[in-house]
Design a protein around this ligand. Structure first.
Ligand SMILES: *Cc1c(COP(=O)(O)O)cnc(C)c1O
Length: 397
């Protein structure tokens, strides 16, 4: 009898009790809107912003309605205008080019390497084409951030980091989101903090922070923020910055604060699970493990492996056979996007020249989430199943 995995790849952990209690208190108060406060109560959102800024070592933080909103808000805050080209990853999720399109700007896609990071040679080649890079640390893989920043500095490129999968990760000790002028995060259910929907934006730049706060829909209540610049900075931007409502509310902030307090431990738990799957897959014939650079301290909330140069029908056979044993793999190489597996040539509103080397990588990527509800034994079992099924198809059984 072959083993079958019975767990759910979409099952998250419950919200911690402290978050549930804080959420109930907010609901009992009826004061869910972030600026609907009494007396000297700073409110859950302002407190969360201060705590997140502190956790990331940033001067300013703004909590918003979603990660995608944070990305679009960041583009507006650095002055991207309709028609401007914006460099971004060919391998990322749809909300990233979507955020660029939402401000009327034009994505210019940069290729992906076998390490699943942005191709820095391709970035250097295209660096003259745009003044902004929206860098997506897709699936938690960090590029060589030293070289990347060197390229961008040399070309005067402003870097916005999409840290939806790297909250808590580091490159050579530096927290992800701190190299660019803005770091953006998501607190949507599948990310490292879970409030259903939500996001953050952090920066050390006072004027960018002030613009983002007004953009998010602060009206003239920015004085109630605890992680925003002083009123003198708002004086310069408040008349020329539109209100594009995208605030976070006190209910979500209440749920997030206790989760933020345990972020480090959660990140370590993800990476322990990742290492178990990685070890189990290593040495499987025909399967390429994505080697992680020593400089990277990643958060293993998902894992990818490559079936390089495999024919489409054989990859489909692996997907089918693994699914039959309870292991749900997502494939970024299918002719049609399924679920979230679209890629640069799926986004037809943003045409790109073909990138054959990237296409070869994209065709080979298999992807799997590792929710914290999986035990280490679950992870070992999942790896055994993938190993057996990849091996069977590879050997033509
Ligand atoms: C989830 C995600 C986003 C967008 O976040 P939302 O909160 O869902 O809007 C952006 N980039 C990547 C890579 C993501 O995975």
């Amino acid at each position: 009898m072959s083993e079958v995995f019975k767990g759910s790849f979409t099952q998250q952990e419950p919200i911690p009790d402290a978050g549930i209690e804080a959420a109930i208190a907010v609901m009992k108060s009826g004061r869910l809107h972030r600026y609907n406060l009494t007396g000297d109560d700073p409110g859950e959102v302002a407190l969360l912003e201060r705590e997140f800024a502190e956790a990331m070592g940033a001067r300013y933080c703004l909590a918003v309605a979603s990660g995608g909103y944070a990305l679009a808000c960041a583009l507006r805050a650095v002055g991207v205008k309709p028609g401007d080209p914006v460099l971004t990853n060919a391998f990322t999720l749809a909300p990233v080019p979507g955020a660029i399109a939402s401000v009327g700007a034009v994505p210019v896609f940069v290729g992906v390497t076998e390490g699943l990071v942005i191709d820095l040679d391709d970035l250097a080649a295209k660096a003259g084409e745009a003044r902004v890079l929206m860098l997506s640390h897709m699936r938690g893989h960090l590029a060589d951030m030293d070289r990347l920043m060197e390229i961008c500095r040399a070309h005067g490129i402003t870097v916005i980091e999409d840290c939806a999968h790297t909250m808590g990760a580091r490159w050579r000790g530096r927290l992800s989101g701190r190299d660019g002028v803005i770091g953006c995060y998501s607190t949507q259910t599948y990310k490292h903090l879970n409030s259903g929907e939500g996001g953050f934006l952090i920066t050390d730049d006072a004027e960018i922070a002030a613009r983002a706060v007004v953009l998010s829909g602060s009206y003239m209540l920015y004085g109630r923020h605890l992680a925003a610049p002083g009123p003198e900075v708002f004086e310069q931007v408040k008349y020329e910055t539109p209100n594009m409502s995208g605030r976070m509310d006190n209910l979500r902030a209440a749920i997030l604060r206790p989760q933020l307090a345990r972020l480090e431990a959660q990140c370590a738990a993800w990476t322990t699970r990742y290492r178990v799957v990685e070890e189990g897959l290593r040495g499987t014939p025909g399967l390429t493990v994505v080697e992680r650079p020593e400089e990277e301290r990643f958060v293993g909330s998902s894992i990818q492996f490559l079936l390089l140069d495999w024919a489409e029908d054989r990859i489909k056979a692996v997907l089918r056979r693994c699914a039959a044993r309870g292991v749900e793999l997502k494939w970024f190489g299918g002719a049609e996007p399924v679920g979230f597996t679209s890629r640069y040539d799926s986004w037809r509103y943003a045409p790109s020249s073909p990138m054959p080397e990237s296409d070869r990588i994209l065709r080979s990527i298999l992807d799997m989430r590792l929710p914290l509800t999986f035990s280490l034994e679950d992870c070992a079992l999942i790896a055994r199943i993938i190993r057996a099924e990849v091996g069977a198809v590879f050997q033509g059984q």
